[in-house]
Design a protein around this ligand. Structure first.
Ligand SMILES: [Fe+2]
Ligand SMILES: [Fe+2]
Length: 401
């Protein structure tokens, strides 16, 4: 593997020393350190880098200004920003320029892992096959405005339920669609939910934010280019995978933040299909849309269109600025072993949820051959999945209905 050039920029020498102590073990990283924006730019002139990690608040040129300059001159560089919660206004300004945020004090282990994932994901997304398709799509869908506004609020702090509800309510079409979804049989609420405030209370604000993204994009963008029955199937499959991923990660003992990320990744895992269906008129005739063996789908898509929905979905989400772990999960949801570590990670959770979702309403047991064989072996997954399904209320409810 060729070496990776990384530049850390921070005016606090203590933090740079901590980086040095931590990162010297990364044998394929070539790490440089700068104590300010001007020095960083001079270093980049001599040798550009693959990843830049910059503090947001520095004397002279701040992190936002630095990353803007880097984005202009070296658009391929992956840009991280380190910020404190008090940097509210600056964080807002950096929204369009940073690929990923880390709060100070910084968890160096997570930062290290995230940089390694980002390098792999961005490396793969620069594949000419994917770039060629992206370049040929005239109107690449953009996330709905309401989602942008919610993301800003979440970036600054943990917004109140009222704030989230107020923002969602500004888009009546999205509000109506969310209410339609939460009242669907899948959620299993006994009483019908009649307003967004009630839905936010039952589901949590992060789940509402993800639902805004999917319903907004589906209704605003793909409604024009995809047949309605395809969109309906997409929505119900996405919701089902999101909830299964959330539930499985809860069974695995993940914390709330990780469960909510798994939910978002589950909700968005197949969004690349909508891009392919919209772009290739013959997609629906050539690719079976409901094939439970989704590995066939990936192979058929590659054979027919040169790209598959997992990679094009990941590319779209990276353009939208979704967190790198979510982008990585979408990219690997059919073959999580590509990115699997010692512990079960988000790509495996969403992969399991996807396979289980295709079998949720059938009484036949799941064929283990539908899972990525490597993760079955590595995590003893067949047993874990059946234990989870035996205890989860999602399945207990479904079988008693
Ligand atoms: Fe998929
Ligand atoms: Fe799927």
């Amino acid at each position: 593997m060729s070496s990776i050039q990384i530049l850390f920029v921070d005016d606090e020498q203590n933090l740079l020393d901590a980086f040095k102590r931590r990162f010297y073990r990364q044998k394929n990283w070539v790490v440089r350190y700068a104590t300010g924006g001007e020095e960083a730019l001079r270093m980049l002139e001599k040798q550009p880098c693959d990843v830049i990690v910059s503090d947001i608040r520095m004397p002279g040129m701040d992190g936002v200004e630095l990353l803007n300059k880097v984005a202009d001159t070296y658009p391929e560089t992956i840009r991280y920003i380190l910020s404190g919660y008090s940097d509210r206004a600056m964080i807002l300004n950096s929204m369009n320029v940073a690929h990923q945020y880390f709060n100070k004090p910084c968890n160096l282990e997570l930062l290290e892992e995230s940089i390694n994932v980002a390098i792999r994901v961005f490396g793969e997304l620069r594949n000419p096959r994917i770039q060629k398709l992206l370049a040929s799509i005239k109107n690449l869908p953009s996330p709905p405005t309401v989602y942008d506004r919610l993301s800003r609020e979440f970036r600054i702090s943990d917004p109140s339920m009222e704030k989230v509800v107020d923002i969602v309510k500004t888009d009546p079409a999205i509000s109506a669609k969310i209410l339609h979804l939460v009242n669907s049989a899948f959620f299993g609420f006994r009483d019908s939910i009649t307003d967004i405030a009630q839905a936010a209370m039952m589901l949590g604000t992060d789940v509402i934010r993800s639902l805004v993204l999917v319903t907004g994009v589906v209704s605003a963008t793909f409604r024009r280019t995809c047949p309605e029955d395809v969109l309906d199937r997409f929505s119900s499959h996405s919701i089902s995978v999101a909830f299964l991923a959330y539930d499985f990660s809860k069974w695995l003992g993940w914390n709330r933040e990780m469960r909510e990320s798994a939910f978002t990744a589950g909700l968005l895992h197949d969004i690349g299909r909508l891009v392919l269906i919209s772009h290739f008129r013959d997609y629906i005739h050539k690719i079976p849309v409901n094939d439970p063996d989704s590995n066939h789908t990936i192979i058929d898509e590659r054979d027919t269109f040169e790209v598959d929905h997992a990679e094009i979905g990941a590319a779209l989400l990276s353009i939208w600025g979704l967190p790198i772990p979510v982008v990585n999960t979408v990219m690997c949801h059919h073959q999580p072993s590509l990115t699997a570590g010692d512990e079960i990670g988000m790509p495996t959770v969403v992969h399991v949820a996807d396979v289980v979702s295709h079998h949720q309403n059938t009484s036949t047991p799941i064929d283990p051959a539908l899972f990525d064989p490597e993760i079955i072996r590595r995590y003893d997954l067949t047993q874990k999945v059946s234990q989870w399904m035996m205890t989860s209320s999602l399945f207990v409810q479904a079988s008693s209905n």
